[in-house]
Design a protein around this ligand. Structure first.
Ligand SMILES: C[S@@+](CC[C@H](N)C(=O)[O-])C[C@H]1O[C@@H](n2cnc3c(N)ncnc32)[C@H](O)[C@@H]1O
Length: 199
């Protein structure tokens, strides 16, 4: 895994500062997402695992250039692949952003497992933060790589998080197959890939 020094990252991509509390799950890893947004001005963003929408709200409030934000999650009755994730399933997926006209919520019994590429727009930025099982991360990556535009960015959350080691396993597997293209931002759990191949 290539690791970029946090200071180097923000030196290259600019500030990720924002006012208010960091989102519950993404925490300060929202800062690199914001720095990407302020550098590349994504028009279309997809978040797999939007939960209540805390990260979505932070990105949308600080990125007026975002035109479409697709948030995917599971229905409240869903049983998560990893028991440790069960408490994360929201009662109302995307509730914090549902009134933002830029937002489209896709809520299905099995979340992204039930979503086909045809249902998604070509995206400039995709944030994968849904099912953290190895199979889940690999399937979400496959879906994301089918709809990311050429030159777009895919980000994954929770690499290196000891609570969900399967994310690390999945990304190490992807890097082993794909020439180490996914890079971790030091002192956090966020990693990213610039997609040369895409739509
Ligand atoms: C860690 S939380 C996401 C936090 C959110 N990204 C944020 O920053 O506020 C994980 C989310 O993934 C959702 N999830 C679990 N399995 C999923 C699946 N197969 N498809 C989509 N979402 C899934 C959970 O319901 C939960 O909302």
């Amino acid at each position: 895994m290539n690791v970029i020094h946090r200071k180097t990252f923000f030196g290259m991509f600019g500030s990720g500062a924002f006012s208010g509390k960091p989102p519950l799950y993404t925490g300060t890893d929202v800062e690199p997402l914001l720095a990407f947004s302020r550098t590349f001005f994504p028009k279309t963003v997809i978040e797999i695992g939007i939960q209540r929408g805390e990260t979505a709200k932070c990105l949308l409030d600080n990125s007026p250039w975002i035109q479409n934000y697709v948030g995917i999650d599971v229905a409240p009755s869903h049983r998560t692949a990893l028991p440790v994730q069960q408490s994360e399933v929201p009662k109302q997926p995307g509730e914090l952003v549902k009134n933002d006209p830029r937002v489209r919520l896709i809520v299905k019994p099995n979340g992204s497992r039930d979503v086909t590429p045809a249902e998604l727009p070509v995206a400039d930025l995709i944030y994968i933060d849904g099912d953290h099982s190895k199979t889940g991360v690999l399937q979400d990556t496959e879906l994301a790589r089918k709809v990311i535009r050429k030159g777009g960015i895919i980000c994954w959350h929770d690499y290196g998080n000891p609570a969900v080691p399967s994310v690390t396993k999945a990304i190490d597997f992807l890097n082993g197959k794909g020439g180490n293209a996914i890079c971790l931002i030091e002192k956090g759990f966020l990693c990213f890939e610039f997609c040369r191949n895409g739509k």
